[in-house]
Each structure stands twice: as structure tokens, then as C-alpha cells.
Unconditional design. Structure first.
Length: 201
């Protein structure tokens, strides 16, 4: 998703959602933008796979390990947020959209229960943006295997579809892998896949 975000911001929102190449913050911008996928979203896809798409007792530990890895990788973000409201250049950029999506996905997987207060507050700031709320109004919710928290309801306090994933086993049934694509589609819609909806506000 990082490459798509970089392309959209450079092509359709230059100087607003992106950071120009000549800007001293450009390197940090690219680092955070691609950190979102390579470091934060990646372990969650494996947690999703072994908790929801291919659940079985023997794979539970793998999902647990990648969930722990994801939480550990948030330390850099949490430290950065001690002194910054946004990731780069003192303003909201598409790097925030990409990292925000990773955090939002974590909410659907119930990993947000382990967020540090600064990280949680950062996600809430992103979700409070008018553009996020406009995109949120256009997106549809989704629950993984009918047991997860619907993506469209994350953060609304509905507590819809909470579940005990431990010991569900293979009999719970494996969801079609298209679910992963639907999660990405919903998250991208909300955080900026539609530049004309999201804009820079």
C-alpha cells in the first residue's frame, strides 16, 4: 500500500499530502510511509491469517508471536509521538494515513488493547479529522469470520462482535482470503484511497 499512497500523494496532492524530494524531511517521510507496510502491517497479516483465515490450535502460537512482534514494533512510533503530533514535517501527510491504517487494522484484530496511550491518542486524532469521517461514512463494515470487531465500527464504542478466539480451532471454518483484500479496501477508503474525498483536512 505504501507505493500506492506515495504515487497518489505525489500525483494528486503535491505539497499537501506528500513531502517534496528537496525537503529535508523527505527521507523521514519515505521511512515512515514504507515502515507502515513493511514493519507494522506485515506482522498483522500473519496474525490475521492464523487467527481468522486459517484458525487451528497448532497455528495459534504463530499468530501470537506475530501479534507480539507488531506491538514491539510500535515502540519507535510511541517514542516519536512523545514530541510530535504527526510523523514528519510538523504536519499531516500520507505517511500518517499509511501508519494510521496499520493502527486501524490492529483495532479490527483487537491488538489495540495493547496500545500505549500516545499511540492510541494519535489514532484518535487521525479518526477525528473531517476527511476521515467523510470517508468513514462511505465505507462498509466488515467482521472477520463473523467473530471479529467490524471494521466500520472500530472505535465507535459499539463493542460489536467481540469474541474469544482462543481454542476456536479449524472447525470454526476458514474465511476466503478475499477478506484480507476487503480489509485493505475498507482501510484505504477511510484513510485516503480516494484523494478527492480525503484531501488534506
Amino acid at each position: 500500500m505504501g507505493a500506492i499512497c506515495q504515487y497518489l500523494a505525489a500525483r494528486h496532492s503535491p505539497g499537501q499530502l506528500d513531502v517534496p524530494v528537496a525537503d529535508p524531511a523527505y527521507g523521514a517521510y519515505l521511512n515512515w510511509l514504507h515502515h507502515a507496510d513493511a514493519t507494522l502491517t506485515f506482522p498483522q497479516t500473519l496474525t490475521m491469517r492464523y487467527y481468522y483465515l486459517e484458525p487451528s490450535p497448532e497455528k495459534q502460537a504463530v499468530g501470537d508471536d506475530y501479534a507480539k512482534w507488531f506491538i514491539a514494533r510500535l515502540r519507535r512510533l510511541d517514542t516519536h509521538l512523545e514530541r510530535h503530533d504527526y510523523l514528519v514535517d510538523g504536519r499531516f501527510t500520507i505517511a500518517d494515513i499509511a501508519v494510521g491504517y496499520a493502527l486501524y487494522l490492529a483495532c479490527a484484530l483487537h491488538l489495540d488493547e495493547r496500545f500505549q496511550p500516545r499511540t492510541r491518542a494519535y489514532l484518535e486524532r487521525l479518526k477525528a479529522r473531517p476527511a476521515f469521517q467523510r470517508a468513514d461514512d462511505q465505507a462498509t463494515g466488515m467482521a472477520l469470520n463473523g467473530r471479529g470487531r467490524p471494521v466500520g465500527d472500530v472505535g465507535r464504542g459499539d463493542d460489536v462482535g467481540r469474541f474469544d478466539r482462543i481454542g476456536q480451532g479449524a472447525e470454526a471454518g476458514a474465511q476466503d482470503e478475499a477478506d484480507l483484500g476487503r480489509v485493505s479496501h475498507v482501510g484505504t477508503d477511510k484513510f485516503g484511497g480516494l484523494i478527492d474525498v480525503v484531501g488534506s483536512d
